[in-house]
Write a protein that binds this ligand. Sequence first.
Ligand code: 9MG
Length: 301
Amino acid sequence: MWAAFFVVVASRFKTGMDNKGFVLQRGERRLTLDRPRVMGVLNVTPDSFSDGGRFYRPESAIDQAAGMVEAGVDILDIGGESTRPGAQAVSVAEEMDRVLPVLETLRGRFDVWISVDTSTPELMRAAAAAGADLLNDVRALTRDGALAAAAELGLPVCLMHMQGEPSTMQQDPRYDDVVNQVAGYLQERRDAAVSAGVNAANILLDPGFGFGKTLAHNLALLRALPHLAEAGHPLLVGLSRKSMLGKITGKAVDQRLGASVAAALLAVQRGAHIIRVHDVPDTVDAIKVWHAVTDAPARAE
Ligand code: 9MG
């Protein structure tokens, strides 16, 4: 019995859990995931699907980030490559030119966690040197050199599932069993990352809503979040303003606030640890309500 107890305790240390849950670590900086965290989307691309490239100018992106920080964001996610369905690839130089000046300015100004949304090893290295805390890779470290870069840098990393590439991924996506295939892929990429030297405690998994998936696939995955959490890693999810919400509500991308907040809460309820959103103030409020209900004593006197 004691042997079993020690195995459980040791495995909790090994996977980065303390008694309150998961903890991401970047050097001395720690982000506890004992409560749902809000990641704010900061696209510095001319063609992002949800904000139409409004924050493409570095000054606009910085103002936008300042608003998110004031609203209580936990992580800023800066991306210089559009990954919306149909988007074309961007050169490494262009992606670096878009992201690095914004990252450098934000790092000098704010203490919140900063994530860089990239699959490009050169940018991963430059971003780490500029003070990024987290790598968010929608290609799950599959690009040449990405596994080695992530292992060498020691930053927490999010491994996301995508079927295909953004330019074609929404052309008739198919699965035999979407939940088990996505779970299997994430397990495979997690094992590859750990074998390359990434600390298992610093790995987040993400089913990749909308990345090569129909509405039915996305809904099956949302329902199955508790099953995906059984892999023993914190879950990051992005549902904000996505076309699945447009399909459900019939609303255009700039009219999906209510649907996005509802989807975020449903994900939190099913065990998501980090919610990637455009509308930070409304999501922060929704999570406050969620806390008030879940933290309340079972019976009020
Ligand atoms: C960059 N990006 C766009 N959508 C995303 C999602 O759902 N998850 C993650 N991790 N990144 C995303």
